[in-house]
Design a protein around this ligand. Structure first.
Ligand code: ZN
Length: 384
């Protein structure tokens, strides 16, 4: 269900895009009026496993020229759905493009996961007043999530810190949330001290201590994984078994500010567990821009090193829903929540790789992907 509990041979009843009941078949249907249960469309998922639809809390969606990108948007959005994603929080700009994408999806003009738009404020070549003005402009457009263009890998520069304090202060006035790519323990703590509510990276320069992780938890700062940053990537940009960085360039040489030999992969994985064990709400984010199912596999691979599959379900479900500020609507399969459901032929609790094979995907009660060869039992219910 995403909250840590498992229901064997369960039934999920959905009405008006939301989950009405979840439980053993008879119990789930018991609360429904007879006439209503008769009209239900039934999806027979016997032997399959349901999970809450995937949430990527940090995905770079629109890249390059936005107008050009939109020409290809239907295919790209379909790729997200096919991987099992039903909610994406944009990893930053372009704000106008993100808003347009959300508008097209919400209006039904474009089929795709729910997109939460974001914008970005530059912290480097600017002054605090300019940074504040940019944040206000984004908030005025209707952007609630404000990213930044990555603060220094090691301790942030005084300029970055000054600007960061300014935008956090400004964000509180307009009800916006600042998301920071804090990539070292020092940067992470500096962001926490600045009052940043959302961190999109697990630090990958140096080891986090329990005390540092406890400070993140105590501040109530929510964090995303993006754990695959330094992990060699295969078969996404080339097919010749040569590892690449996430942009298709050489691994490990082209890892941004890499320390050598790709040791960021090790820092991230261990720091992930340190955060988790110290009570940080730790959700799922890929910080990728390539094929969604590849990004999903790449992120799950290092997480699998440090987390049980049960942990992964929590990390991907309720923790990610909290990060995107939608805990009441998504992240678990519970009555009242949006019917965002991904269905697999094999049980993800038996291995994360079973999460790479979404067969049916439901977003807000609508079947958006159905890869079953035949659907013989997929009929309206005649009787109970
Ligand atoms: Zn990012």
């Amino acid at each position: 269900m995403g909250n840590g509990s498992v229901i064997e041979s369960g039934t999920v009843v959905v009405r008006g895009g939301r989950i009405v009941s979840v439980g053993a078949a008879t119990a789930a249907l018991a609360g429904l009026p007879r006439a209503e249960s008769r009209g239900l469309r039934q999806i027979d998922a016997r032997g399959m496993t349901l999970m809450p639809g995937f949430i990527d809390g940090h995905r770079h969606i629109i890249s390059g020229n936005a107008e050009q990108w939109f020409k290809d948007a239907p295919r790209r959005m379909q790729e997200f759905l096919e991987a099992g994603y039903t909610t994406l929080l944009a990893g930053g700009g372009p704000a106008e493009g993100n808003l347009e994408l959300k508008r097209r999806i919400d209006s039904g003009q474009l089929k795709g996961p729910r997109v939460i738009p974001a914008g970005a404020v530059n912290l480097n070549n600017t002054m605090p007043d300019q940074a504040r003005a940019e944040l206000r402009r984004l908030a005025g457009l209707g952007i609630r999530f404000i990213g930044e263009e990555t603060i220094n890998p090691k301790p942030p520069t005084p300029t970055q810190l000054e600007n960061l304090h300014a935008i956090v202060d400004e964000s509180k006035k307009v009800g916006a949330l600042v998301m920071v790519h804090a990539v070292s323990p020092e940067a992470m703590l500096a962001a926490v001290d600045a009052g940043v509510p959302l961190l999109v990276h697990t630090p990958h320069y140096g080891w986090l201590t329990d005390e540092q992780a406890k400070r993140v938890a105590a501040a109530g700062v929510l964090t995303l994984s993006c754990t695959a940053f330094g992990v060699p990537l295969f078969d996404a940009f080339r097919q010749d078994n040569v590892p690449t960085f996430r942009d298709g360039k050489r691994w490990p040489d082209d890892i941004i500010d890499g320390e050598g030999r790709g040791r960021e992969a090790g820092y991230k994985a261990v720091n992930a567990r340190t955060l988790w064990d110290n009570g940080v709400v730790y959700g799922f984010g890929t910080d990728t821009g390539y094929l969604p199912v590849k990004g999903l596999a790449q992120e799950l691979k290092p997480l699998n090193l440090m987390f049980s599959t049960k942990d992964l379900v929590k990390l991907m479900g309720p923790h990610s829903a909290a990060f995107v500020q939608m805990s009441n609507d998504i992240g678990t399969l519970e009555p009242g929540k949006l019917a965002d459901i991904v269905i697999f032929p094999a049980n993800p609790l038996d291995g994360y790789w079973n999460m790479l094979n979404a067969t049916i995907v439901i977003k807000g009660g609508e079947v958006v992907v159905d890869k079953r060869a035949n659907k013989p039992l997929d009929t309206a219910r005649g009787k109970r």
